[in-house]
Design a protein around this ligand. Structure first.
Ligand code: ZN
Length: 67
């Protein structure tokens, strides 16, 4: 079973999700429980990496909790 990595567009949380089937719908964010998540490909967690490095190479405004 493949494990996919997702990134929440609402709170910038990155999480891994075990897909039980190929047609598994996108999970919800375990942090803010929104379903606005994006499956990450080989690039990994871009925004979180930007936060960790403090590079400022991403838009913080695109990553605010939606409430
Ligand atoms: Zn979230």
């Amino acid at each position: 079973m493949p494990i996919y990595e997702y990134e929440c567009k609402g709170c910038c949380n990155c999480f891994e999700y075990l897909a039980l089937s190929p047609n598994e719908p996108a999970p919800e964010c375990p942090e803010c429980h929104c379903q606005d998540v994006e499956k990450l490909m080989s690039a990994g967690c871009i925004r979180a990496a930007g936060i960790a490095k403090g590079s400022g190479g991403f838009s913080e405004s695109a990553c605010k909790p939606s409430g």
